[in-house]
Design a protein around this ligand. Sequence first.
Ligand SMILES: Nc1ncnc2c1ncn2[C@@H]1O[C@H](COP(=O)(O)OP(=O)(O)OP(=O)(O)O)[C@@H](O)[C@H]1O
Length: 637
Amino acid sequence: MPGDGAPCTRSRVKPPGDNGTDTVGADRYGERRKSEPGARLDRTFQVDLRGVVDLLSHHLYGSPRVYVRELLQNAVDAITARRSAEPEAPARVRVEPPELTGDGTLRVHDTGIGLTEAQVHELLATIGRSSKRDELGFSRHEFLGQFGIGLLSCFLVADEIRVVTRHGDEPTVLWTGWSDGRYAVRIAEPEQARNEPGTTVTLVPRRDADQWLGVPTVTELARLYGGLLPVDVRVGDTPTTSGPPPWPTTPGAPADRAALQRYAQELLGFVPFDVVPLSVPEAGLTGVAFILPAAVNPAARAGHRVYLKRMLLSEHADGLLPEWAFFAHCVVDASELRPTASREALYEDALLTSVREALGDQIRGWLVRLAKHDPRRLGEFLQVHHLGVKALAMHDDEMLRLVDQWWPMDTNVGTLTLAEFRQRHGVLRYAASLDEFRQLAAVAAAQDLAVVNGGYTYDTELIERLPAVDRSVLIERLEPSDLTTRFEILDPATELALRPFRTAAQRALERLGCEVVIRAYDPVSLPALYLVSRSAAFHDQLAASRDRADELWGGVLDALAASAPPDRPQLVLNHRNPLVRRVTTLADPELVGLAVEALYGQALLLGHHPIRAADAALLNSSFLGLLGRAVPGETRD
Ligand SMILES: Nc1ncnc2c1ncn2[C@@H]1O[C@H](COP(=O)(O)OP(=O)(O)OP(=O)(O)O)[C@@H](O)[C@H]1O
């Protein structure tokens, strides 16, 4: 009988309602199974502990190392519970790995509240039972634990767990649990009784788990998980707690920036671009965002270092910041956020959503302040993290203004911010893709037409969003084909004289679906431009795909091409260019064909247009043809 010093050994898990004296086993259930048909059979689930441990180790916990965290957590919770009634009670946790115990076991001693015999039966023998929940089953605010499964994690590294515990002046109780689900409880003999309240948990290691229990590993894990805990934790005599967090933990307290920079360097391995203190009182959250000093891939989220009630939850927690803030790495401690059961991630609930928004606002506020007080630093920041800021500006008006004012854009009249561009050129004229900008840039500049390159990620979308934020902003998308309307049309007499040439030239390019146009424009040095409207570009892409497609797919593409408007690309020859003028006066129709083909090929290359199979063949034949003409000598068959 428990309570009189005799051991009580149980099979698997004790069913609720068991008063600790009955034997639970097959006989009792077997008897019930024989009940008459129709009679109600009340049964209690049994749990196969090996199955549960397997579930924990393979599906819940990322690694057996979490056992250190769970033991520390239980010790700290027990100390918290004791000190709520006895504020002066000692707050010490001492871990003794096998090198120190000398008997192959690992022991964790705490000065916590301990357990009575009844509590041992109730709490240590029932999976999912926790003393850290209130009557309604909600986790109690002051404790780290809540699920009632943590102690089981010790079975990831141990075959046997022994607990020696004393609550107040109650007798010391010994509990032993085995990984096959049995446990035994007895009252300690006088010589085994504890002198002080508290608990010692002893792990008898599994044969394959030695490496998790050695002094170096345990010291490292105690530092990792419990470095910020508000109690004195030691492994042997080595302290593993390092005092309070280095960031301000009370509202309004100033941040020691130099100390935080050092902290980032030691802990995270980089000197941050800046440090932003964070605070969300409703979540009991304080911490710091380190602005990363180098660009990172927005898709590769590294996660944040999150402590819950000073115990490390994860070094790579997701979901703390909005996605756009990938340039910040946070280290925070929160008392109200909840962990998932694995204690390795944040539980996604309404509080986490509002924390994410609040932290996003604080980082956004830092950016706005930087723009106001230190534009040079902001420029440096944008050089590194413009993608994140632009992504944010897609939805955030203030960030859009920041990009407008401070982000240097590529234009055909130099590098300018959008605000500077508007100031100098009025209308915000832009090319929507890099290809369009390349076609337009030089020619538009020669026409005194300033154009912004909207081809980089988010740029066009941001330009097109600007008028929504500032109604005075005028924008105009410039297409390559719009340029022809700005080129000078030749006088009727010249036009008439050039008609035979134009006909011959058109004949040469007809099969490529290109229209030949002659206009006069600057720069004089440019002989020809290949201009594609959006619908013509679409046609070009269809044609290029058609070249590569099989029968069936080719048929589909043909049908698509037939349904699209016949807007042909144009080869615009520049009548101001001396070479073009000479070409237009050639008498030999074959040479006209070769020259026009060569100009077509050069214009394609210059504008970075895709070269289809037909274009490549034409480039080849015109080059060889011209070379044949240029090199003297007889052609022999
Ligand atoms: N060192 C200890 N001192 C006093 N009581 C303890 C100690 N360790 C465990 N207990 C008791 O055993 C119960 C079960 O512990 P266990 O670690 O399994 O779950 P928990 O801490 O309640 O929750 P969680 O699964 O979230 O860690 C605890 O609620 C606590 O009452």
